[in-house]
Design a protein around this ligand. Structure first.
Ligand code: GRF
Length: 215
């Protein structure tokens, strides 16, 4: 299954996918293209270092969100992409984009959804005083961080945490969860029934019932 990754940040989740792919842990998925909307971002450098094809689409150069999404779809189709992974960025996607890849766009969010959607999820968790947070990989739908949940991983929130220490603890889990989900999807083990996502025989893809097997 050909995977396209869209990112706009430092790209550590992209790096985790690249390294999992290098170890054969994404099979039968393979990364075919990395697209970014922030020229010069870390994700672009990481992709180049891994000799992955890239494209840059600067959203500021498009008249509106739909025009930007049309260009994105064109680029991804040109590379034969079958699964789109939003790995840190480009969270808002229009129906133009979603209709082009039905149930084939996934996102990773640094909180246990439906708690703390949107930006600064880690800050929201600390300010709310929760004792447990984590990350969620979900299918993308038209609303923000609201699509069917595929898998989650939890981490403790410590008294001593600030936004950054919690962010790093969650990132550690993101880097394990995202490749495991990509692999499970590529194996055809993920099906959606309404809001419920079923993971069939996913234990050997690193997931058991939507949690990392080690949890
Ligand atoms: C991650 O925390 C991810 O959950 C969120 O954006 C951040 C991206 O980090 N959607 P990176 O660019 O993968 O390092």
């Amino acid at each position: 299954m050909n995977v396209g990754v869209l990112a706009s940040g430092s790209g550590t989740n992209l790096q985790a996918l690249i390294e999992a792919g290098g170890r054969g842990q994404l099979d039968p998925a393979r990364l075919v293209i990395v697209g970014v909307n922030v020229p010069g971002c870390g994700a672009l450098e990481r992709a180049a270092r891994a000799a992955l094809p890239t494209f840059v689409l600067d959203h500021k150069r498009f008249a509106d969100r739909a025009a930007f999404d049309r260009a994105l779809v064109e680029e991804l189709r040109r590379h034969g992409v079958e699964l789109v992974v939003l790995a840190g960025g480009m969270r808002l996607v229009t129906p133009v984009f979603l209709d082009a890849f039905p149930q084939r766009v996934i996102n990773i969010h640094p909180a246990l959804l439906p708690s703390f959607p949107g930006t600064h999820a880690q800050r929201q968790a600390i300010e709310h005083g929760v004792r447990v947070s984590g990350c969620t990989v979900h299918f993308v739908d038209a609303a923000t961080d609201s699509g069917p949940i595929i898998a989650q991983a939890a981490v403790p929130v410590l008294e001593s945490d600030d936004e950054d220490t919690l962010r790093l603890r969650i990132l550690g889990e993101e880097h394990r969860l995202l490749p495991a989900v990509v692999r499970a999807i590529a194996h055809g083990r993920v099906t959606v029934e309404g809001r419920r996502v079923r993971l069939q025989g996913a234990a050997d893809a690193g997931l058991a019932d939507g949690r990392l097997r080690s949890l």
